[in-house]
Design a protein. Structure first.
Length: 434
């Protein structure tokens, strides 16, 4: 069964009404393809379902999942807020037209340059990650006699069952101030009294690709209870809570589904209840979806090269990209599904591995997938690659980064050009020695 946003026209995969063969001819392979309509629908699903009568909701797209001028331009038109984590992400966001007031700055080790940039550009909110960072920011603001709205990132100690590398809420996590740390109330009292920092409330993010709704409920309960306690200690009323991102997606056919719309509706209700139970005056509740905003809208296509039968293991179908355009299988053991996109009507399927072309044994994009016997020149499409693949791409083995194209209603829109060989050396200097 094809994904909902894919169509089969005479055996050829079409996305957004455009044939992938046509896209390959125009832009080459590997190629990242984004279904523009699906991104708009997803952005609207967040806004329509995560809302309440008693609090204002704030949907910030976590731009680390994928950012370029085109995508951020589109999302700013959808009236989203934006979560950034570096000078580069803030810069792209502003260039793409985001109102700086709607930009948040995160990061566990923000540099002076980043903080000064945020202050100068009137970035809306800084999420303070530690007591030490609070002192650093206070000093920088003090030098300029400026005041800034901030949230404090709390580690709520919720143990999710996701991959270790994308857990953020363990006691040894590098993010946030641990809720169980006995110094936390003293720190928060000092922050609440700051002349330069206006602590609006608290932030937490429990991890990424979290499929169990219960972990988010646990997080909400912990954070609201904590807010109540901190109000008592500081005698200050907190008005904002941000519960981060991490909402799971169905990455491959074997994964369970994550009913995003139902989850968002239920989550908003749970939050309303907690606000009432704890008697809080919370005005704004934010969430920060990254993966769940863009992953399902993205696909990667490759051209097939050789097929190799090794002495052991499934036969390997090689493609013209690999871990340089999608590091997730090698880094997190992420599992994807693939199609031979130009022969969708084939009846006989066999099991294959999909191998990249990089000089690394770990460069296996898919450990097992069913495909018709691949031929050189076929188009292999990998589904659901919209988040953290293009975003984490590299030039390893000096492969140029692929183009990024958006498609909708039979038209394609180039968002990022494929890198040229010249691009690969544009920052290199020539050896001038003997
Ligand atoms: N908010 C904060 C503070 C975060 O650190 C993150 C992700 C998000 C929101 C968005 O989380 P999402 O909704 O995308 O799960 N490279 C990894 C994922 C790392 C996520 C880092 N932080 C991967 O490819 O699975």
């Amino acid at each position: 069964m094809l994904k909902k946003n894919y169509t089969n026209i005479e055996g050829m995969l079409h996305i957004g009404g455009v044939s992938v063969e046509e896209l390959r001819e125009k832009y080459g392979t590997p190629l990242y393809i984004y279904d523009q309509k699906l991104i708009k629908e997803t952005a609207r699903a967040f806004k329509d379902n995560f809302k309440s009568e008693i609090f204002e909701s704030e949907i910030s797209y976590a731009s680390k999942a994928q950012s370029n001028l085109y995508l951020l331009g589109l999302l700013s038109k959808e009236n989203l807020y934006l979560d950034t984590v570096s000078l580069g992400e803030m810069y792209i966001a502003i260039k793409a037209g985001f109102d700086p007031k709607k930009i948040h700055l995160h990061g566990n080790n923000k540099t002076r340059e980043e903080l000064v940039f945020a202050i100068k550009n009137k970035i809306g909110t800084i999420i303070i990650d530690s007591y030490e960072e609070f002192l650093f920011l206070e000093e920088i603001l003090g030098e300029r006699d400026k005041k800034m709205d901030c949230l404090l990132r709390i580690n709520p100690d919720v143990k999710t069952s996701t991959h270790k590398y994308i857990q953020t809420s363990n006691a040894d996590s590098k993010f946030g101030i641990n809720i169980r740390d006995e110094k936390t109330p003293t720190y928060i009292k000092q922050m609440a009294d700051s002349q330069f920092i206006n602590i609006l409330g608290f932030h937490a993010h429990i991890g990424s690709q979290v499929m169990e709704v219960g972990f988010f409920e646990e997080e909400a309960n912990i954070l609201f209870e904590f807010t109540k306690k901190m109000q008592e200690i500081t005698q200050k009323t907190f008005s904002h809570i941000n519960l981060g991102g991490g909402f799971g997606v169905r990455q491959n056919k074997k994964d369970r589904d994550f009913d995003l719309e139902k989850f968002l509706k239920d989550f908003a209700k749970i939050i309303e209840e907690k606000i009432k139970i704890y008697g809080l005056s919370i005005k704004k509740v934010g969430i920060e979806p990254g993966r769940s905003m863009v992953n399902q809208a993205g696909s990667s296509i490759y051209s097939v090269g050789s097929v190799k039968h090794t002495l052991e293991g499934l036969p390997l179908v090689f493609v013209d990209g690999g871990m340089s355009d999608n590091i997730r299988p090698s880094l997190y053991g992420a599992k994807y599904d693939a199609l031979i996109a130009n022969r969708l009507d084939e009846k006989n399927y066999e099991k294959f591995r999909v191998g990249g072309k990089l000089c690394e044994s770990g460069d296996i994009l898919i450990g097992e997938t069913d495909l018709p016997y691949p031929k050189r020149g076929d188009i292999l499409a990998i589904e659901n690659t919209g988040a953290y693949s293009s975003a984490m791409s590299s030039n390893y083995n000096k492969l140029p980064k692929p183009a990024v194209v958006f498609v909708e209603d039979g038209r394609d829109y180039l968002a990022v050009k494929k890198e040229s060989l010249e691009d690969l050396i544009k920052n290199d200097l020539t050896y001038k020695g003997e």
